[in-house]
Design a protein around this ligand. Sequence first.
Ligand SMILES: Nc1nc2c(c(=O)[nH]1)N[C@H]1C(S)=C(S)[C@@H](COP(=O)(O)OP(=O)(O)OC[C@H]3O[C@@H](n4cnc5c(=O)[nH]c(N)nc54)[C@H](O)[C@@H]3O)O[C@H]1N2
Ligand SMILES: Nc1nc2c(c(=O)[nH]1)N[C@H]1C(S)=C(S)[C@@H](COP(=O)(O)OP(=O)(O)OC[C@H]3O[C@@H](n4cnc5c(=O)[nH]c(N)nc54)[C@H](O)[C@@H]3O)O[C@H]1N2
Ligand SMILES: [Mo]
Length: 763
Amino acid sequence: MTRYTMSHWGVYEVDGNADPPRLVPFRGDRDPSPIGLHQLSAQVMATRVRRPAIRRSWLEQGPGAATEARGREAFVEVDWDTAIGLVADEIGRVRGRFGNAAVFGGSYGWASAGRFHHAQSQVHRFLNTIGGYVRHTDSYSLGAARVLMPHIVAGMNELIAEHHSWDVLAEHTRLFVCFGGVPAKNGQISPGGVARHRVREGLAALAGAGARVINVGPVADNLDTGHPVEWITCRPNTDTALMLALAWVVRQQNLHDRRFLESHCVGYPRFERYLLGEEDGVGKTPAWAEAICGVPRARIESLAREMASSRTMINVAWSLQRADHGEQPFWMAVTLAAMLGQIGLPGGGFGTYGPANTMGTPHESLGGPTLPQGVNPVDAFIPVARIADMLLHPGETFAYNGGMHRYPDIRLVYWAGGNPFHHHQDLNRLRLAWQRPEAIVVHEQFWTATARHADVVLPVTTSMEREDIGYAAGEGVLVSMSPIIDPVGESLDDFAIFTRLAAALGVEPAFTEGRDSRQWLAHLYDQTRRDYLERHGIVLPDYAGFRERGLLDFGYRSRSHVMFSAFRSDPSASPLATPSGRIELHSTRIASFDLPDCGGHPSWREPREWLGSARAASFPLHLLTDQPRNRMHSQLDPSPHSAAAKRDGREPVHLHPDDARARGIIDGDLVEVFNERGICVASAVLSERIMPGVARIATGAWYDPEQGTGRDKHGNPNVLTADVGASSLSQGCAAQSCLVDVRLLRGSPPPVTAFTLPELRTR
Ligand SMILES: Nc1nc2c(c(=O)[nH]1)N[C@H]1C(S)=C(S)[C@@H](COP(=O)(O)OP(=O)(O)OC[C@H]3O[C@@H](n4cnc5c(=O)[nH]c(N)nc54)[C@H](O)[C@@H]3O)O[C@H]1N2
Ligand SMILES: Nc1nc2c(c(=O)[nH]1)N[C@H]1C(S)=C(S)[C@@H](COP(=O)(O)OP(=O)(O)OC[C@H]3O[C@@H](n4cnc5c(=O)[nH]c(N)nc54)[C@H](O)[C@@H]3O)O[C@H]1N2
Ligand SMILES: [Mo]
């Protein structure tokens, strides 16, 4: 019997002959990701949290003690009864004195892939059982798009599921124009799991069928089809200006599809006035755009004609909207696609292929197992990336999606399954904000930066130690996840921890509903089988049979899919969920919000930090912070696979040779990347495949601040990024946009201590 496990980066099999156990690629996956093979590596294991640990001052002096010492103080290891007692008392104290709206339980993060041991579901269910918590909306991934897209075309979940399947692209698309590539490195991942990796194969089939592929953006190494790809260099954060000029040429040459704009869209005439300069006196001409984005006007003109005369897919990376005014490039991509009139035709329109394996998978949307989270009676929320603002400015108001709201006054932060000291921007600012609450409780598997900055750290098992259900949504694969090793140290799963806490708080029956974890697994499996799958004629064994089979594959039901075909053929019978039921190139609703930084139609708005801004005189390099190739976010950064992509143990910063030469830097030098927000040490890698004036550091090297200076020693770009919302419409994370400079590191390099455990004492 083959045993399996599921992770966000793929299904793996357990090599039954190996001792100690070893993971091998899933035989059904033609392009397995190497990331997950290292889940059991000694280097990863060495960073595990083994016992409950309490920050010393907090233990000795109580809540709120010496909060400025978070992140540098020793921890005292205690037994579980003591830890549970302390946390239960603290929850009781905060709820009693300040109410549940003083508890922040948003707890953003990817956690692990299994459907029952899903940390976010567990923590939200637990906090709801005790009266609720302050939650968050949207995601770091798609902060601007999740708010914008439902107003103008469709929600992001629907769009993700709607993408043309790869076979449709190969058959019909003749021109594939990508803004930000289709990075196969990112296609290794899908939230909740992947069974078969298809991005590389999909791209090869598309190019193999003769489609021309063009990559627009600051880097060339994010699109590989096995065939020639044209690279059009474009300054970071200026894609909107380029797309506007493409639209201008299409309009000027009467290549726009008037019929489609009238039948399937609203607001084109308003947008056109802006495009032609009737609103602001500035025509969005190729010459105008060239000055902003650097793409030669002649190429803009020819590209527009090529796009209008071919079946064209306009593809945008999610990174474009993780930016200041991140709404604009997405809105403009939809607008340009609408002008070409190919939305709803096979292989045409717009898409976001690349960020995850999901897009382009031939699929049926079938529900899967989810732990019910209950009802949250607390109204207060934050847009997910406004965490530091909330902690620093309780009581102040913020704008979000047309409304005004107030930041709650948080006393207790509860985190399970996320790493804010990985994901948030301007980490020096977060460190200050993080000193405000009286208590910070973190469930972690590893001594991450967030664990180190907590008051109470509760050790959690990994998927390697748990029975669970994995589900590759949209691929029709259910995986019975087997425990592969015994729990490490005294770690427990999140469910067991919350069950104990619920017992201490007198709400255990409500939290568990009388089920232990095995009973929950069988219950969730049966529910999925009965409520979703059997209704679609998919007949599956019972839970015991599922455990025995290990992996159930009903992906044979896959079928080709054309994006928005129903809407295309009859927009009245199959309207969109927008106010007009049509694609909104001008949104009356967004215009009515009357926001200073997002108007009623897409427009070019200068980002705070870009190569054309005055700040570039002081910080002349535009830093990109890509998703990492050899890990997922901060997960598995200690692994040998992640280490292999580093040099001298530091994350590489990619630089153009001209920029390096001007600074006396050669390949392999240790450098400091800096701006007024922070400094990080990185290792220079020179490449011709990045534009001059642009630098790049992948995210996820564990945050490793030097005591005293705050300089990060390991190469974490989030000490440099700006903690600002994309706009007052979405307040989305704007992680990608930031100016820096680079200099040679002088003096002896500081040792990397990110993987050295904090001082752990026993009582
Ligand atoms: N500069 C910059 N910053 C970015 C981005 C960027 O492009 N640029 N991208 C952003 C994006 S898109 C995202 S999605 C975020 C990702 O940010 P996160 O999702 O916070 O990052 P992860 O490293 O996946 O953190 C998950 C944590 O959960 C822990 N964990 C795993 N399984 C379990 C479990 O079962 N129980 C518990 N209790 N813990 C568990 C892991 O050990 C890990 O520490 O980062 C964002 N940050
Ligand atoms: N291996 C791996 N894969 C992942 C993840 C991971 O951590 N590791 N994380 C996953 C998650 S949570 C998410 S949300 C997705 C994110 O998916 P994306 O947001 O699409 O990913 P990024 O790698 O941040 O950016 C994609 C490309 O856009 C380029 N780019 C940046 N700024 C600009 C710009 O202004 N214009 C243009 N034209 N290009 C630009 C970047 O250099 C990069 O090559 O990735 C997922 N996939
Ligand atoms: Mo993300």
